[in-house]
Design a protein around this ligand. Structure first.
Ligand code: NAP
Length: 213
């Protein structure tokens, strides 16, 4: 059993990771500014803003693994890079593993190619995609002692396409993968399984990986 803190643990990605980790018997704490409408039994929900350094420090202490599932929206639109960077510094100092949930556009179309976010993106995704790509870039030069992972879902992942738990998924590196029909899809539950599998059985140290069918 691990002590897992999910920052943004009431959001789309965060809530499913919280649910999966709790179902496997981990000691789970979720941070967000507001309390969830439907709390998962057994999970400790803490309220506070990640713009507050005391809250960030509290979120990292007493954890074995911290997962940032924040999104660069609202008050974090311009602050997420510095918030995740600071969480990484705190995690490095405390010897805590640090995972970040990023986006599909942080991936690359081919090995060594620029990230999708470095090219033309639909305007509705562009700012968010570039911010999460900047977080991925920042992790590449994170303090040596930081055991980090950055995980990207498929393109068809999100509240618009929750899908179902199938128990199956494939892992890729920082290059986008697609299914036999050329589609990039993953359900919320299967993505959460992959993230908790990475916590239970770490394989990606200081690496960007992706999850899709
Ligand atoms: N297909 C894709 O590529 C795709 C699709 C969806 C998401 N994503 C990525 O997944 C990640 C998470 O996105 P999401 O859609 O799951 O996010 P979300 O649903 O917007 O959830 C954000 C979470 O952060 C919390 N939060 C917001 N501001 C905060 C603050 N200042 N301090 C503390 N907590 C705060 C929110 O709760 P409160 O508002 O109560 O604080 C909520 O729990 C992002 O990197 C996003 O780009 C990728």
């Amino acid at each position: 059993m691990a002590r897992i803190t999910v920052i943004g643990g009431t959001g789309y990605a965060g809530a499913s990771i919280v649910r999966e980790a709790a179902a496997r018997g981990h000691e789970v704490t979720a941070y967000s500014r507001s309390a969830p409408a439907e709390p998962v039994p057994g999970v400790r929900y803490e309220q506070g803003s990640m713009l507050d350094d005391e809250v960030r420090a509290r979120a990292v202490e007493r954890a074995d693994v911290v997962v940032s599932a924040l999104s660069p929206r609202g008050e974090l639109t311009r602050e997420l890079l510095s918030v995740d960077t600071r969480l990484g510094e705190l995690a490095a100092a405390a010897g805590v593993r640090f995972g970040v949930v990023g986006g599909y556009s942080s991936l690359r179309p081919a090995p060594g190619a620029p990230r999708f976010a470095d090219g033309d993106l639909p305007p509705e995704f562009a700012a968010e995609g570039r911010t999460m790509a900047a977080v991925a870039d920042a992790l590449l030069s994170a303090p040596e002692g930081l055991d980090w992972f950055f995980v990207s879902p498929a393109a068809q992942y999100g509240a618009f396409a929750p899908g179902e738990a199938t128990g199956a998924y494939r892992l890729g590196g920082d290059v986008a993968i697609a299914d036999a029909d050329g589609k990039s899809v993953i359900s919320g539950a299967d993505f959460a399984s992959a993230v908790v599998d990475e916590i239970d059985n770490p394989k990606h140290h200081r690496m960007h990986f992706s999850v899709a069918y």
